[in-house]
Ligand binder design. Structure first.
Ligand code: NAD
Length: 513
């Protein structure tokens, strides 16, 4: 249970009435229009942020470029030590930041704390990694030669993030980019700008305490136009963009046009396959949390349940019963399961999806609707809904970023379910619930799930930072976080050294002078 209120949290995070996007320590940096952030929890104004103008952006980029010259020469383990301190600071501010995430974005306080925990975990991971930025050595075909590869820092990394993970996605990128020797410019979602201010303040403190230059961490604010300043900028070799597939298609083209690198983390349309051998109790927990957690606004939220006809009615009844127990309300009250969606546009999208599934022939089995009255004044609270549908419906093929779950039936063997699962454009997270080894292995095999994440006997929602995170097809193909995802933040160089007095050429070519 929280021990202090949102005002105290804002104070602890250094959020003031009007805030700026800054480089570390700089003031009077932003001169653009005022962005107001309203909470979907109670509809109240949280704070104001000044947007970044083109002139502000150019000043910031100069600061970042100068900072990179210094930061890249620090030994990687020393950079790791700074990230360790950043992780410590996050531990101190966990409650305040978790609360702000919940209040500005609308996810439950537990999930807000969970998001900050992910930031702490990626810092710990990055600290260890700072001593393991390994390249390979390989045997040269030429005598007296040594050949190896090494990784160097890339430069200024641009990070564009979505509203639904307003702090963790930044940390996933920035903790790794920092230990790799890069400096970062972050454009958070215009729907959660105060979270950006809070994070930047925490980073600024750490860099200042270590006597490190401004511009290792930079924040810019505004909508897609400010994002475009980054994507079009040839001084930014890597753009890591998280958000909708619509945005990713534009960003990918902008960055490719200047031959920059992009790391894309886009929409999902995640399914759980429920076979005749599924544990029904586990299925219900995984499916319900997956569908209604973060009010259905996770990229890994469960959107489709593909259920075998022999267990269809049992699973359907159990899920309807579980939905009957859901409590919807203020996400800072830990007895509630479901908080609001981000804003009124999201409510409209939810309503449209429910209308569309009915128009296409679907059957609503758990009614939706917008809640009003005491506690629901923001107008952003909706009832999680379930519809029986067919796999080919347009709305089922589309990512509905709201708590709407589609039940789909399959017959025959598991390959029929896998075919349904794979026939959408997105490829982020997938799961199978089964105790049958053959079904589980088929799902994980080359003939199985085509997603970046494939789970057995856990749901689609959420992930641990130790694994590489991301998806295929319209999800964009990027990988972030654990495993070897760090390599995208560095440039690889192959080195060959001749320690003889001869100059033999490769492939035995003779070139006598
Ligand atoms: P969005 O695409 O509307 O916005 C995301 C970010 O992109 C924002 O900061 C926005 O200002 C910026 N942006 C939009 N157009 C741009 C452009 N042309 N140039 C540069 N920047 C631009 O997404 P959203 O509504 O904030 O987030 C929800 C979406 O994000 C969902 O589709 C969800 O699945 C996806 N998402 C994916 C992951 C993942 O890891 N795969 C994680 C979180 C969210």
């Amino acid at each position: 249970i929280a021990t202090f209120g949102i005002q105290e949290a804002l104070k602890q995070l250094g959020v003031t009435e009007i805030n700026e996007g800054t480089s570390t320590g700089s003031k009077n940096f932003s001169n653009g229009e005022i962005i107001e952030s309203y909470s979907p929890v109670d509809g109240k104004l949280i704070g104001k942020v000044k947007a970044t103008t083109k002139e502000d952006y150019d000043k910031m980029m100069q600061t970042a470029t100068v900072a990179f010259k210094e930061w890249k020469t620090k030994p990687a383990p020393l950079r790791g030590e700074v990230v360790r301190q950043f992780g410590e600071k996050l531990r101190e501010k966990k409650e305040a930041l978790g609360k702000l995430v919940s209040y500005e974005m609308g996810k439950s306080y537990q999930e807000g704390l969970g998001e900050v925990q992910e930031m702490i975990d990626i810092c710990d991971f990055a600290v260890g990694l700072s001593r393991q930025l390994h390249g390979l050595t390989m045997h040269s075909e030429r005598p007296g030669h040594r050949m190896y590869e090494q990784y160097h820092p890339l430069g200024v990394v641009g990070i564009i993030s979505a509203f639904n993970f307003p702090v963790a996605v930044w940390a996933w990128n920035t903790a790794l980019a920092w230990i790799c020797g890069d400096v970062c410019v972050w454009k958070p979602s215009e729907k959660a700008p105060i979270c950006g201010i809070a994070c930047q303040n925490i980073a600024a403190e750490v860099f200042k305490e270590n006597g490190l230059p401004e511009g290792i961490s930079n924040l810019i604010n505004g909508d897609y136009k400010v994002g475009e300043m980054l994507t079009k900028d040839t001084r930014v070799p890597l753009i890591s963009a998280t958000g909708s597939t619509r945005m990713g298609k534009i960003v990918a083209q902008e960055v490719a046009a200047r031959l920059g690198k992009s790391l894309l983390e886009l929409g999902g349309n995640n399914a759980i396959i429920v076979t005749p051998d599924a544990d029904i109790k586990m299925t219900v927990i995984g499916a319900v949390f997956g569908a209604v957690g973060t009010a259905g606004q996770r990229c890994t939220s469960t959107r489709r349940l593909i259920i075998h006809e022999s267990v269809y009615d049992t699973v359907k009844d159990a899920i309807i019963k579980a939905y009957g127990q859901l409590k919807i309300g203020n996400p800072l009250d830990e007895t509630n399961h479901v908080g609001p969606v981000i804003d009124k546009d999201a409510v409209k999208m939810y309503e449209n999806a429910l209308e569309q599934v009915v128009a296409e022939g679907g059957n609503i089995i758990v009614e939706g609707g917008v809640l009003s009255g005491e506690g629901y004044e923001s107008g952003c609270y909706v009832k999680p809904a379930i519809a029986e549908a067919k796999p080919h419906y347009k709305i089922v093929q589309h990512e509905t970023f709201a708590p709407v779950l589609y039940l789909l039936k399959y017959s025959g063997d598991v390959h029929n379910a896998i075919a349904i699962q794979n026939e959408v454009a997105q490829g982020l997270s997938s799961a199978i619930m089964t105790n049958n080894l053959r079904e589980a292995e088929a799902f994980l095999s080359v003939q199985g799930s085509d997603c970046g994440i494939a789970n057995v006997n856990i749901g689609t929602s959420g992930a641990e930072i130790g694994g590489a995170f991301g998806g295929e097809k319209e999800t964009g193909g990027g990988r972030e976080s654990g495993s070897d995802a760090w390599k995208v933040y560095m440039r690889r160089q192959t080195n060959t050294i001749n320690y003889t007095t001869e100059l033999p050429l490769a492939q035995g070519i003779k070139f006598d002078l």
